[in-house]
Design a protein around this ligand. Structure first.
Ligand code: 1CP
Length: 347
C-alpha cells in the first residue's frame, strides 16, 4: 500500500513535504539497458498488454534511480487498441493508425464504439502487480488528452504541426467535438482502470497542446480534457509542452492538482500565473542532461529555487527523458534533489 504521506502525494495535496519529490517523464524505456534487454523480440503494444512485462518495466527505473513515484509503463494509444482501433507503434517513429479518422463518416464510425466495452483486465492486472511491489512508493497512472490523441488519429501518425486535427475544429466543429468527446471517454476509462487497481495519482499528457492558439485551446480542447479527468478519486497532474500562452487554463478549473511546465518558462513565473491553489511540476531542460555535471547541477538547483514560489513543487524534466540519456545522470539528479530538498526543509 502506498504511504498516504509519501512526498509526491503531500506535494499534490499542496503541502511542502520534508523531501522534495522527483520522478521523470519517460523514466521507463529506452534510456535503460535493462529495458532494452527485456523488450527484445516483443512489439511495444504487446509489451504494454503483457501484465508481468509491463509491471517489471514500470519497476526498473524506481529500483535504479530511487525516484518518488513509478509511472505505469503503457502508451497513450493503448486504450484505442483496446477499443479495437488498428494501431501499431513503429520503432523510431511512434503511433501509426491503419485508417486515419478524417471525415465526418470516419468520426461517426469510430465514435460508435462504446468506451465502456473496453477490456482493461490486462491493465488492471499489471497495475496490481506494480502496486504490490512498490510498497510505500506511489504509482502514477496516465492517459493521453483528447487533443494529443487526435493529433495522431486524424493525421494517421506523428506530425509536426498537427494541421489536420486543428483544421477539423474549424471545418467541422460538430465532428471535432464528437471525436474529442469520445477520446475523453476512452482515456477516462483507461484512467479509471489504473485507479481501481491502485494508482495513487494520474497524469494527463497533452504533449502537443502547445501547437494550439489559446482561444482554440479554450474553446475546442479544455472542455474535453476536463471531461477526461473531472472528479476522479485521485489527484491529477496536467502536462503539456509549449503551453505558456495559456498556462492558467491548464488548471482545468480546479480539476488539476498540479500543472506540468516545460523548460521554456521559469517556475516562479509559472507559479505567478497559476496561483496558489495548484502544485507545479517540472522543469529541468532535457537538453542539459548531456551538459558537464557542474552545469547540470547549477541548473537543477536553480529549478528548485524558482519552484519555491509555488505552493509545492514536484521536480521533473520539462519533457520526457531522451533515449540516449546516461541513466547514471538521472540517478545523480535524484540524489541531489533529495539532499538539497531535505536540507532546505530542515533549515
Ligand atoms: O520501442 C519503444 O521503446 C518505443 C518507445 C515508447 C515508449 C517507451 C513509446 C512509443 N511509448 C513508450 C512508453 C510511454 N509512452 C510511457 C510510459 C513510460 C514512462 O513514462 O516511463 C508514457 C507515459 C507514454 C506516453 C506517450 N506516448 C506520450 C506522452 C508523453 C510524451 O512524451 O509527451 C506520447 C506523445 C506518446 C506517443 C508515442 N509513443 C511512442 C513514441 C515514440 C511516441 C511519440 C511519437 C512522436 O514524437 O510523435
Amino acid at each position: 500500500m502506498p504511504d498516504p504521506d509519501a512526498p509526491l502525494l503531500r506535494a499534490l495535496a499542496g503541502v511542502r513535504p520534508d523531501r522534495t519529490p522527483i520522478w521523470f517523464m519517460r523514466q521507463a524505456g529506452r534510456s535503460l539497458p535493462e529495458y532494452r534487454e527485456l523488450r527484445v523480440g516483443t512489439r511495444m503494444l504487446d509489451a504494454c498488454l503483457t501484465p508481468d512485462l509491463a509491471a517489471e518495466i514500470t519497476l526498473q527505473p524506481v529500483r535504479r534511480h530511487g525516484v518518488d513515484a513509478g509511472i505505469f509503463f503503457s502508451d497513450i494509444v493503448v486504450p484505442l487498441r483496446l477499443a479495437g482501433v488498428e494501431v501499431e507503434i513503429v520503432p523510431g517513429r511512434g503511433p501509426v493508425f491503419a485508417a486515419p479518422v478524417r471525415s465526418a463518416a470516419d468520426v461517426e464510425r469510430i465514435t460508435a464504439i462504446d468506451p465502456r466495452s473496453l477490456d482493461t483486465s490486462a491493465i488492471e492486472e499489471a497495475v496490481r502487480i506494480v502496486v504490490a511491489e512498490l510498497g510505500d512508493t506511489p504509482l502514477i497512472g496516465f492517459a493521453g488528452a483528447p487533443f494529443t490523441l487526435a493529433a495522431y488519429l486524424v493525421e494517421g501518425g506523428p506530425s509536426k504541426e498537427h494541421l489536420r486535427a486543428r483544421a477539423m475544429m474549424h471545418t467541422d466543429p460538430g465532428s471535432w467535438n464528437r471525436l474529442a468527446g469520445w477520446l475523453a471517454s476512452v482515456s477516462r476509462v483507461f484512467l479509471q482502470a489504473q485507479i481501481s487497481a491502485g494508482a495513487s495519482a494520474v497524469q494527463l499528457f497533452d504533449s502537443w497542446a502547445g501547437s494550439l492558439a489559446p482561444h482554440d485551446y479554450r474553446g475546442f480542447v479544455a472542455p474535453h480534457s476536463s471531461a477526461a479527468v473531472r472528479a476522479l478519486d485521485v489527484p491529477v497532474i496536467h502536462f503539456g509542452v509549449g503551453t505558456g500562452p495559456f498556462l492558467a487554463d491548464m488548471r482545468l478549473d480546479g480539476a488539476a492538482s498540479a500543472v506540468g511546465v516545460d523548460w521554456r518558462m521559469p517556475l516562479d513565473e509559472a507559479a505567478t500565473v497559476l496561483g496558489t491553489d495548484v502544485t507545479v511540476q517540472g522543469n529541468i531542460d532535457p537538453a542539459l542532461l548531456t551538459a558537464p555535471w557542474p552545469v547540470l547541477e547549477g541548473h537543477v538547483r536553480e529549478v528548485m529555487r524558482r519552484g519555491r514560489a509555488a505552493r509545492a513543487h514536484i521536480v521533473n524534466l520539462g519533457h520526457g527523458v531522451p533515449p540516449e540519456t546516461d541513466p547514471d545522470v538521472l540517478s545523480r539528479i535524484v540524489a541531489l534533489v533529495h539532499d538539497a530538498g531535505s536540507r532546505e526543509a530542515g533549515s
